[in-house]
Design a protein around this ligand. Structure first.
Ligand code: M6R
Length: 609
């Protein structure tokens, strides 16, 4: 969380920095700020709130200069306020920096610095780092940064300016993402390449423990011992138009509508021409290992964790492998029992979620191999894992995850067939059937968009409530959790997902005419049971919205509203059923006037533990 940008070159830095910050706003939007160096003076402008608020402040001043840094904040240490906003500076204004991460020993360092006479302006951990660099700085900026970082424990991606170094920008990284864009006589810095991709696609990903000195023409990277290291230049294929909203009012809506294409791209080239095998060339060299595993442990967070829960049903039922699913943060600290025959699967859209990264380290330390399902190429999770399967959702910018989830489910279906066939627990016909159903998903998703008017109508009544219950059985249960999460995060309506049968053990007490219940009622082994649960809700005057298959005629007699999805097997219905729930959450949030793409207190990628 928090986004940092930097520019050093021949052009005016400010517009490039502000534009970069807009693309990084998904990382946090509690406050924002910029610093630009010109004629031996560093000018700093900050604002509480979003980049729009910063732009209003910037209208009041002129900040010329071709060296600058910027920051968009997701508050950790210190509330969102002007004083706590970045950039932070030394008392004499000689050093100015932006930071993403947490300086864990900041209190001890702060006390030491105060004893040495430093006066602090903010409550942040970051200001400690600025003061520390200031303490070490004489005329070697990179050296001072290195010395300061040796005193620090915690995580950081930083960009540092010194007012007497107009041709230098120093950056460093540990556990928070940071990449450098190399242009012609100019250089860019970003927490994510999206910040500068419209200027250059030549990108160097800084590694943990590296400090780099940038000039418009040179790049000098050192490790923590000060030894020179080389940085690999990647050519990114990111198409700039893919990061624009286009005709859509919100990224979330655009990304919901991109799902047929995203799932298709994720399936393309991964099903054999005969339709009975999955092609995962990325797993080939591990096939012996995968045949020998005796357990799969899935670790992930949020929406990706919900995908993991669905995988538990799929892998156990169809591939006959025992599966456990954990929140990544819990997995890491609960002393899991793993060995060389455990496959740990992590799932992540961003590839930068701190808890998931930590879970990978823990799993590998215990001797397990890690297979990660990731959307962002070259992300930390992709780099740290033994095996990687990419989802090809394309860039997901809306904070509420949508297309990443359906593409994760597509990969997990493929993985189920892959492991089932590899371990001879699935017949050829069974595999062919599953894959045939999977191939239909992009088209079936498209059909769901005809329900939009119906969903908008439901949202108009739904948005007045302050609580909601989502119920499902089997694979419908994780979908209920996902529907409830979507509603909570973008509309601020309290919602709970529950296994429908569990309702009787407590949550049923909540049901009355003010509590809408959304039920996943697709056909399958548990359908009659779910109908029973529906009747229990109705008997207590609950308002009932059912997500049901097209051919299900009896549901309309009991539900107050029905949203239709195409007829499909239970596993495929799970993928399809999340679409109406995403749309419902979206239109409820729109009805309430909520900032859909930037819900309060959230950030797209959670890079702190
Ligand atoms: O990037 P990741 O998939 O690792 O992110 C995990 C969660 O932070 C993420 O799914 C979060 O819950 C979303 N806001 C859900 O919409």
């Amino acid at each position: 969380m928090c986004g940092i940008v930097g520019y050093l070159g021949q052009k005016e830095a400010l517009p490039i920095i502000v534009d970069g910050l807009k693309y990084l706003e998904y990382r946090g939007y509690d406050s924002a700020g910029v610093a630009v160096l010109h004629n031996g003076r560093i000018s700093v402008v900050k604002a509480v709130g979003k980049i729009n608020d910063l732009e209003q402040e910037l209208k009041k001043v002129r900040l010329p200069g071709s060296l600058g840094i910027g920051h968009t904040r997701w508050a950790t240490h210190g509330r969102p306020s002007l004083g706590n906003s970045h950039p932070h500076a030394t008392a004499d204004g000689r050093i100015v920096l932006v930071h993403n991460g947490i300086i864990e020993n900041y209190n001890v360092l702060k006390m030491q610095l105060q004893a040495e006479g430093c006066v602090f302006q903010s409550e942040t951990d970051t200001e400690v780092l600025a003061q520390l660099i200031g303490k070490y700085y004489t005329d070697d900026l990179a050296g001072a940064v290195l010395s300061a970082l040796r005193d620090v424990t915690g995580t950081y991606a930083i960009a540092v300016l010194a007012k007497d170094r107009p041709e230098q920008l120093v950056v460093a990284k540990k556990a928070s993402p940071l990449c450098l864009g190399l242009g012609k006589n100019e250089v860019f810095v970003g927490s994510d390449a999206i910040a500068f991709i419209k200027h250059t696609n030549k990108v160097v990903y800084l590694k943990d423990g590296e400090v780099a000195t940038l000039t418009p023409q040179t790049l000098d990277i050192r490790d923590m011992q000060g030894k020179k290291v080389s940085g690999k230049v990647h050519k990114l294929a990111l198409d700039h138009s893919s990061i624009e909203k286009g005709e859509y009012p919100h990224y979330m809506l655009k990304e919901i509508y991109e799902q047929p294409r995203a799932v298709q791209d994720t399936l393309d080239g991964r099903i054999s021409p005969q339709g009975d095998e999955v092609i995962f060339t990325e797993l080939e060299k591990y096939s012996e290992y995968l045949i020998g595993i005796n357990k799969i442990v899935i670790a992930a967070c949020g929406t990706s964790w919900h995908a993991g829960l669905i995988a538990e049903y799929l892998l156990e039922k169809h591939a006959r492998v025992p599966v456990e699913v954990d929140y990544a943060a819990e997995f890491r600290y609960r002393y899991p029992v793993l060995d060389a025959r455990t496959l740990v699967v992590t799932i992540s859209q961003s590839g930068e979620t701190a808890d998931t990264i930590a879970a990978i380290g823990e799993a590998q330390a215990l001797g397990a191999k890690v297979l990660s399902i990731v959307n962002v190429p070259s992300s930390t999770i992709a780099r740290n894992s033994d095996m990687v399967i990419y989802t090809y959702a394309g860039r997901e910018i809306g904070v509420a995850s949508t297309k990443a989830f359906t593409t994760q489910l597509a990969v997990l279906c493929l993985l189920t067939v892959y492991l089932g066939r590899l371990r001879c627990s699935m017949t050829e016909d069974y595999a062919r059937n599953m894959l045939q159903n999977l191939k239909c998903v992009p088209n079936e998703i498209s059909k769901i968009f005809k329900e939009v008017e119906n969903i908008q109508k439901i949202a108009r009544a739904f948005h007045k409530h302050s609580n909601a219950l989502y119920l499902g059985r089997g694979v419908g249960f994780p979908i209920a959790l996902e529907g409830a999460l979507k509603l909570k995060e973008i509309s601020y309506i309290h919602a709970e997902g529950y296994p429908a049968a569990e309702m009787k053990h407590g949550p049923i007490a909540l049901i009355d005419e003010n509590m809408p219940t959304v039920v996943l009622a697709f056909k399958g082994r548990r359908y009659e049971k779910i109908l029973g649960n529906i009747m229990e809700v109705k008997a207590r005057k609950g308002q009932l919205i059912a997500i049901a298959s097209e051919s299900n005629e009896d549901i309309a007699r009991v539900a107050d509203a029905v949203i239709r999805i195409p007829d499909a097997t239970e596993s495929i219905s799970a993928i399809l059923a999340v679409l109406p729930l995403q749309l419902l959450a979206y239109y409820v949030a729109v009805e309430k006037g909520c900032p859909v793409d930037q819900p309060r207190n959230l950030a797209k990628s959670v890079t702190v533990e």
